[in-house]
Design a protein around this ligand. Structure first.
Ligand code: NI
Length: 196
């Protein structure tokens, strides 16, 4: 190497190192490092009982995008409002649309399949009401990162504090986003149709 070539070695080495660091950062961002990786792990396998007493798993709804909501039939406001909103979206989709709507109880002690069936008769008939044993419910709550807690009421009864997100899952069972039911139901229906 000539002295002139030697003077170039260090700047080239620094430039190469800088480029590597940039490429590495870009790959990390594109591959969804950090928050996206966390969100992608919402959902997963489950084993529950629907309002007709049939055993169901994630495979039962495979190939369909799904709206997944967690709540309980004794809920005074948020759950019935959300189920009403979901019903309004379903009404804007064809009767044979490949879509699943799952209402999973956070209160399996009271929400037996019979109680779920009775309660859901007020809403769109395509909504599946899923219940199960305490262990089965705990497993699905954990998979969807749902918070649910019993809160005693003055009359010796109890209510439930719970996550009220409507999870939109694609037909491969992967989390897409939290549904915005404040927007017009037509807009949400179109959002779902794009995933079918
Ligand atoms: Ni509720």
């Amino acid at each position: 190497m000539t002295p002139q070539q030697k003077r170039l070695v260090l700047p080239i080495a620094i430039l190469a190192f800088g480029l590597l660091a940039l490429v590495g950062t870009a790959i990390f961002i594109v591959s969804g490092g950090g928050e996206r990786g966390h969100v992608a792990s919402v959902g997963g396998p489950f084993s529950l009982t629907d309002q007709n007493g049939a055993r169901v798993t994630e495979g039962t709804y495979a190939g369909k995008p799904a709206m997944v909501f967690f709540g309980f039939t004794h809920c005074p406001d948020v759950c019935p409002t959300t189920l009403f909103d979901i019903s309004e979206v379903l009404r804007r989709l064809p009767e044979n649309a490949k879509i699943a709507a799952l209402f999973v109880t956070v209160d399996p002690e009271r929400d037996t399949p019979e109680a779920m069936k009775d309660y859901l008769s007020s809403f769109d008939s395509r909504i599946s009401g899923l219940s199960g044993t305490r262990a089965e419910i705990d497993a699905v709550l954990k998979a969807y990162r749902v918070y649910a807690k019993k809160v005693p009421t003055q009359n010796g009864d109890y209510t439930m504090d719970h996550t009220a997100i409507v999870y939109l899952m694609d037909k491969q069972g992967r989390f897409v986003n939290a549904l915005n039911l404040q927007q017009p139901p037509e807009t949400t229906a179109r959002e779902l149709q794009r995933l079918m």
